[in-house]
Design a protein around this ligand. Structure first.
Ligand code: ATP
Ligand code: MG
Length: 601
């Protein structure tokens, strides 16, 4: 491609809309353009990158025996009602774009495809003889993200590879899951990315085991906790650990003390000269289920610890049945306005005790009449602890479970943090890193097949629900993550495997016939040799062309400049700026060899 003929516009200044380096660079280098909130056009350079990534994904998926298909993006609401996800995905914080068609039917724009594929499997799979199956597609997904940001990282329209597998049993599922794990590892390696596979929460998609593939970068939205022995890595949403030991209580007697102005743990510790590990903190949440029932939740956790809201959500989902709900619509810390809707009197915020009376809750059909009380394991062994008194300005000290307060059911709700000891080896402490979630693989089990009645007949003639797995990779997110991991002050340094072009021939001065001639010849020969090459034949100054080549991040730059007289050109590697004079006839074989070497490593 000739730059003189390409829709190629670079920006010198960082666009105001971009916060992180990769987003700024992709806009500046002319890879993407913003069309609307979370909506980006993939310009010709970006489309090449996306096609290269898709091709690597396709090759590795095909190598596992998975079959490519293409499902519909418009999805009938009936399917989502069958799985029970229509309301969670379209109401409150739901992320599905939903619309009504001219026949007054509700449809959604596919954020993911479990429902569609399960309906197809239900129709087509009858017998164990047809199993296992693994189908995948590479397609645009739509999600009305609450906070679209960082360009392609969190768009409202983005490209995903999603695969869905069907099995007779867990053993077969685990085998495919492992194959997908290995395929993902190869995909990310081939794309030239540094990454880590981590234990992950299974979230709204449901199911049992799952892992995320995290590309490590400071701008990552996810926090990963890991140990240096390489034996443990998990998303903080899922991570478990041993907390620091609690300090023994300095109080021996139960009493109520006046503790003015101590609504936070820090001020309370200061006032009572005690450790936060001696305090039982009581955190109030408000959960709303899809049947409209609001449940007030009171979590007891040690003062130095924080609640992991993902773990809490999962517990609330496990308890959904007893409140007549199927899904959780929202989980919030109720502010003063929210409290007015259900509280019979002002709550002693900052001074709540584990025994907060249920009479604080108004009697109403849409309100569960009692607090759902849950204790984190960090509070179970505390003795003579400090906690609220249910009276503003007062705390109690020297309290004990089974005496002053009843210990609620114990559930792990604690957020693990860097510095905690690892469960598998307490001599290892958890370290923290930022990651960009690029892929997620799930063992779904029978959640969707049971809900949607997708069954098969086994060898014994019994009818059983299909056992399922699902596996996603954010193709467009991956493209940007590669940039986030590889750039310098002058621009992008694209890994060779996914760079839009592998080489760029720059003519410093197009008024010089020898420069043009040599460049045209190299340009033709390189392309002929299968090296995807750009030709910068614009009537710009040499400095502008060099700057643009660096910004766009093409791995190899060939300059037909002064050394032409000696039959040589300058060849520069973008990654380390290593530059050499090279005989013209060596350029094609040398680049061929360099590219082959990088792609093989
Ligand atoms: P996140 O937690 O980042 O929102 P997710 O858990 O919703 O991701 P999945 O439903 O597992 O993501 O989707 C599979 C993959 O699709 C993700 O691993 C990610 O790479 C990509 N992806 C998800 N949401 C977006 C988005 N809004 N924009 C770009 N890529 C996305
Ligand atoms: Mg998401």
């Amino acid at each position: 491609m000739r730059l003189s003929q390409m829709l190629f516009v670079t920006l010198r200044e960082d666009p105001a809309e971009a916060e992180i380096p990769s987003h700024k660079l992709l806009l500046r280098a002319g890879y993407i353009r913003r069309v609307g909130s979370g909506l980006y056009a993939y310009l010709p350079l970006m489309w090449r990158v996306l096609q290269k990534i898709s091709q690597i994904v396709r090759e590795e998926m095909n190598a596992t025996g998975a079959q490519e298909c293409l499902l519909t993006q418009l999805q009938p609401s009936e399917l989502w009602k069958e799985s029970g996800r229509w309301d969670t995905y379209t109401k409150a914080e739901g992320i599905m774009f939903a619309l009504t068609d001219r026949q007054n039917r509700e449809v959604g724009l596919g954020p993911t495809h479990e429902e569609v594929i399960t309906a197809i499997a239900r129709d087509m799979i009858r017998s164990y003889r047809q199993l296992p199956q693994n189908l995948y597609q590479i397609q645009t997904k739509f999600r009305d993200e609450i906070r679209p940001r960082f360009g392609l990282m969190r768009g409202r329209e983005f490209i995903m590879k999603d695969a869905y597998s069907f099995h007779t049993d867990e053993t077969s599922l685990k085998q495919t899951y492992q194959e997908m794990h290995d395929a993902y590892t190869r995909i990310l390696k081939r794309c030239g990315l540094a990454f880590r596979a981590v234990d992950a929460d299974s979230g709204a998609i449901g199911g049992s085991g799952s892992q995320e593939f995290m590309v490590l970068a400071a701008a990552g939205e996810d926090e990963v906790l890991y140990t240096e022995d390489g034996k443990y890595a998990a998303n903080v949403e899922k991570a478990t650990s041993l907390p620091l030991d609690a300090e023994p209580s300095t109080f021996t007697q139960y009493e109520k003390l006046e503790t003015p102005g101590t609504a936070t743990i820090a001020t309370l510790c200061d006032f009572l000269k005690c450790s936060a590990t001696q305090i039982v903190k009581n955190v109030l949440y408000q959960a709303v289920y899809d049947n409209g029932t609001t449940v007030l939740v009171l979590v007891n956790i040690r003062g130095d610890q924080d609640v992991n809201e993902v773990k809490l959500q999962n517990e609330l989902m496990r308890q959904a049945g007893q409140y007549g709900g199927k899904a959780l619509l929202s989980l919030t810390v109720p502010d003063a306005e929210a409290q007015q809707k259900w509280a019979t009197q002002p709550l002693p915020l900052g001074y709540i005790s584990p025994g907060l009376a249920d009479t604080y809750i108004q009697s109403s059909k849409s309100l569960a009449p009692k607090f759902l009380r849950l204790a984190d394991p960090t509070v179970t062994n505390l003795q003579n602890f400090v906690t609220g008194s249910d009276g503003s300005g007062y705390h109690v000290v020297g309290a004990n479970w089974g005496k002053e307060f009843e210990l609620p059911p114990v559930v792990d709700l604690r957020k693990a943090t860097a510095g905690d000891r690892a469960l598998h080896d307490p001599s290892q402490t958890l370290k923290t890193a930022r990651g960009i979630e690029i892929g997620h693989i799930f063992q779904l089990g029978t959640k969707y097949s049971e809900a949607m009645n997708a069954t098969f007949t086994n060898e014994q003639g019994e009818e059983l629900p299909l056992v399922m797995g699902c596996y996603g990779i954010g193709v467009s997110r991956l493209a940007q993550a590669a940039v986030e991991q590889s750039y310098d002050k002058d621009g992008i340094i694209f890994p060779v495997a996914i760079a839009p072009y592998q080489a760029i021939v720059v003519i410093p001065d197009i008024s010089k016939a020898d420069q043009v001639e040599a460049a045209e010849k190299l340009y033709a020969e390189l392309n002929q040799a299968g090296i995807e090459t750009l030709l910068d034949d614009r009537s710009e100054r040499a400095g502008v062309k060099f700057k643009d080549a660096e910004l766009v991040g093409i791995p190899f730059r060939i300059v037909t400049g002064r050394s032409l007289q000696q039959g040589k050109v300058e060849v520069v590697k973008r990654a380390d700026r290593e530059s050499q004079e090279m005989a013209i006839e060596s350029v094609v074989p040398t680049l061929k060899q360099w590219i082959a070497e990088v792609l093989a490593s």
